[in-house]
Each structure stands twice: as structure tokens, then as C-alpha cells.
Write a protein that binds this ligand. Structure first.
Ligand code: EPZ
Length: 416
């Protein structure tokens, strides 16, 4: 357990560097399994989920080198076919190796991902798509076994624009016989990253970023080299930090379009935002209006920024109504925010947040990655000292969170 101490109400001033996108790099690492040889991925963040995925690739026989922010993945002619329980339990994204292994080997065994702090998160959309591609699927002793003599192209209509299912099915279809269309596909920027990387490996995919993706299966793929896009959720988290604490902060590199829904909400709240090609500057007096919003699949407002903006709304002038539509339970940070003086009423998937004049520092416990970020942001804006108890959640998705906030003047430090 790591304890982080924050002395609140310090203006933030300066420059925050943004790392590579967690929710892209994990999938590119899985995609590398599809081709024997050495693939290289640049701009890889030093976060726990990357190290967990490295462990998984190593159990599958991949040689891994990780220097600075460059990952070298040496994939052999023979690779394993099982994602073991202890790794899938740690990180749901382990299931993203299913598509690659099914595509390349025609079989895969993956432990069923346990429910995690933000709802049960089944993988039925993934399995339904694999069956349509021709795989036989059975579940036994908490594992999923998938086998396919041959995957064949098919028209898949996703019941929901699931990010992971879209990516898993794209990867399996890349080596199927014939053409696959995925309709109602997820449109997140990370999906475009997977398409680009697979095409650099010799796949023939187009349409990522729209709701119809077409994959013309090929015989084999070859290794590729790719630089990952900046992390839009990390960037969004720091935009909200600056808005809440007040001051002037510039983020770089960012792709402004990837955080356009957040920028629109912050402007609606009265925050001044300057956007240049690959940098964004926030000017904030820490005084802002309440705004209403709901989380939606991209390009709607991202669910992974809802806890952070909710923390901001606890100090807004007025009342904000917030609705989480992606997960069944993404409000584990609410009880902790209330302990800091927030006035939040929950009703099913909605939250009514009545702005209060101030939050007061308290001891709070991090329940999951993005809820933890929300509590850190609340500590930056609260009167007095906040102690954030974190059992490794923050490090899963934020590279050098404390150092980056110290770099703009936050009084934040790890106690042990
Ligand atoms: C990805 O998760 C991200 N993770 C999540 O970010 C993000 O919140 C989510 O997309 C939505 O944007 C990674 O990319 C590693 P989904 P994923 O499949 O792929 C339900 C973070 O903090 N569902 O779009 O799991 C599911 O339960 C993480 O970085 C099914 O019911 O998201 C959820 O309610 C958190 N059946 C909803 O759909 C399925 O087969 C969205 O899930 C699959 C999903």
C-alpha cells in the first residue's frame, strides 16, 4: 500500500509531458503475437499494465526488451496458447491476446476475467464474434477454450460498440479466410491505432474510427515498428487537475481532437482553453460553473474521465447532473469524495452534485484507477492535507503521476 500526501490549494503552473496511450499499447503488444520476428513499439509508458502484459507475453514465449520507452518484442515460430489466471485476474486487457492467438494458432485458452471494481464486465460480445468467425468455444473450470481449424470472414453486428471486442475481432479476422465486416464497431482512437499497426504488419483493414470496419484476411503477417499516440485519458486527467487547482498548465504532446468532448465541457464550465496543433494550455482561476454530462462511447464523453470531472463538479457553482452509461458501477469514488465534504446524491447510474465552497483534506482510499485519479485531483483543490492510500491502482495507468504534478508546483509526495 502506498500513501500519497497532498497539501491542497497550490496553483499549478508549467508544462506536463503526456505519455503513450495505455489503452493502445496493450493491444499493439498483443497484436505483435501474430507475426514471428521482432516488432518494435515506441513511446511506451512505464505503467504497471505494460509490465503485466510483458509478463503475459513472456509466458507465451516472447523475448522482451524494454529500454527507455521502446519495447522490442521477439516473437518465435512457436508461441504458447494460454493466458493464465494470475495474469488475467490482474488485468482484464489480458483477454486481448485471444484474437491474435486464435488467428495465428487456431486455438487459445484464457482464464475468464474476474469482475473488477467498475462492474462485472463480461466478454460475451468477444465470444459471440469468435463463434461467427468459425471458432468453437467452451468454458470449463473458469477458463475459456477457443479452437478453429480455420477462421472465415463474416458479417458481424456488435450488440454494443465494445472497444475490446472490436479490437479482438479485428485481430482474429486479419488472418481469416475472406472478408469480415464489423458493424456497430467502437470508434475510439485506440481502434485506429490497432488498425494502423496491423496494416503495418501486412493486414488489410480499413474503416477504423467509423462504425463499420472491413478486414480482408491475409495468409500471414510480418513484424512492424510503431510509435504510440499520446494518452488522451492521461491528458484529460491533467486538464481537469489544472481547471480545479487553478493556474496555467500546458500539456504536450496531445491530439486535441481526442479530448474534444472534455474541452467542450470545460469551456462550458467557464475554463479558458487554448488549443494549438499538439499542445493544449489551460488557464484557470479555479472558479467555474456546474455542467451536466453523461459518459458515452467515443466520440461521446469518455467514461474514463467521468470520476475526474465529477471531482471538479463538487466545487462548481451550481448543481450538475452526471450519468454513467458505459459501466454498471463507476461511483466507488463518491463515498470518498463525500468524506472530503462533497455533496453528491446517487440514483442508479446518475449522480447529482451540488457544488460546495470548499473540500477539506482527508484520508481517502483508492478503489480503482480512474477513481484514484479523481481523489488525487480533489486533494489538489482541497483545504489542508489529503492522504491518498493506493494499493497499486494509480500506477497501473499513470506514468510518473507524482513527478508530473510536482513539476507544475503541486505539493504532492509519496510517503512510502
Ligand atoms: C476499454 O475497456 C478500456 N480498457 C477501458 O479503460 C474503457 O473504460 C472502455 O474501453 C470503454 O471506453 C482498455 O482499453 C484496456 P468495452 P473494454 O468492451 O474494452 C460491456 C481504463 O481506465 N461489455 O467497450 O473492456 C462492459 O461490461 C479502462 O483505462 C459486455 O457487456 O470496454 C462495459 O460495461 C477502464 N460484454 C461496456 O460493455 C463484452 O463482451 C464497455 O466495455 C464486452 C463489454
Amino acid at each position: 500500500m502506498r500513501r500519497i500526501r497532498i497539501n491542497g490549494r497550490r496553483q499549478l503552473k508549467g508544462f506536463i509531458p503526456i505519455s503513450g496511450a495505455k489503452n493502445a499499447v496493450l493491444k499493439l503488444m498483443a497484436a505483435a503475437l501474430m507475426a514471428p520476428g521482432e516488432s518494435v513499439i515506441h513511446n511506451v509508458p512505464h505503467i504497471q499494465d505494460v509490465f503485466t502484459m510483458i509478463d503475459l507475453l513472456k509466458t507465451l514465449g516472447v523475448g522482451v526488451g524494454f529500454e527507455e520507452n521502446t519495447l522490442r518484442l521477439l516473437v518465435g515460430e512457436h508461441i504458447g496458447e494460454e493466458a493464465p489466471h494470475e495474469l488475467v485476474r490482474k488485468m482484464r486487457a489480458s483477454i486481448q491476446v485471444m484474437g491474435p492467438l486464435l488467428g495465428r494458432l487456431g486455438r487459445v485458452r484464457v482464464s475468464l476475467p474476474g469482475g473488477c471494481a467498475i462492474g462485472e464486465r463480461p466478454i460475451d460480445f468477444h465470444l459471440k464474434g469468435f463463434r461467427q468467425l468459425g471458432a468453437q468455444i467452451r468454458e470449463e473450470h473458469g477458463y475459456i477454450y477457443a479452437e478453429a481449424k480455420e477462421l472465415h470472414g463474416v458479417d458481424i453486428q456488435l450488440d454494443y460498440p465494445s472497444v475490446g471486442a472490436t479490437e479482438n475481432l479485428m485481430m482474429a479476422a486479419a488472418l481469416a479466410k475472406g472478408t469480415t465486416q464489423i458493424r456497430n464497431a467502437a470508434r475510439e482512437p485506440e481502434i485506429i491505432e490497432v488498425q494502423n499497426f496491423l496494416n503495418q504488419m501486412g493486414a488489410r483493414i480499413r474503416g477504423a474510427g467509423t462504425d463499420v470496419i472491413r478486414i480482408d484476411g491475409v495468409e500471414a503477417l510480418h513484424p512492424a515498428e510503431h510509435t504510440v499516440i499520446p494518452d488522451r485519458i492521461e491528458a484529460g486527467t491533467y486538464l481537469v487537475a489544472a481547471a480545479m487547482a487553478g493556474g496555467e498548465v500546458t500539456l504536450h504532446p496531445v491530439i486535441p481532437q481526442h479530448v474534444s468532448s472534455l474541452i467542450a465541457k470545460l469551456k462550458e464550465a467557464g475554463i479558458e482553453i487554448q488549443v494549438e496543433d499538439d499542445r493544449i494550455t489551460v488557464h484557470s482561476t479555479a472558479s467555474f460553473r456546474a455542467v451536466n454530462f453523461q459518459s458515452l462511447p467515443y466520440p461521446g464523453f469518455p467514461t474514463d474521465l467521468l470520476p475526474q470531472v465529477m471531482a471538479m463538479m463538487t466545487l462548481a457553482k451550481g448543481t450538475s447532473v452526471i450519468r454513467e452509461t458505459v459501466y454498471t458501477n463507476r461511483y466507488k469514488h463518491v463515498s470518498e469524495l463525500r468524506r472530503m465534504g462533497a455533496n453528491i446524491i446517487l440514483a442508479d447510474r446518475s449522480a447529482v452534485v451540488q457544488g460546495v465552497p470548499a473540500l477539506s483534506g482527508a484520508e481517502v482510499v483508492v478503489p480503482d484507477l480512474r477513481a484514484g485519479a479523481a481523489l488525487v485531483l480533489a486533494g489538489l483543490a482541497a483545504h489542508g492535507t489529503t492522504i491518498v492510500e493506493d494499493d497499486g491502482h494509480l500506477g497501473r495507468g499513470y506514468d510518473n503521476l507524482i513527478g508530473k504534478l510536482q513539476g507544475v508546483g503541486a505539493e504532492i509526495m509519496a510517503l512510502e
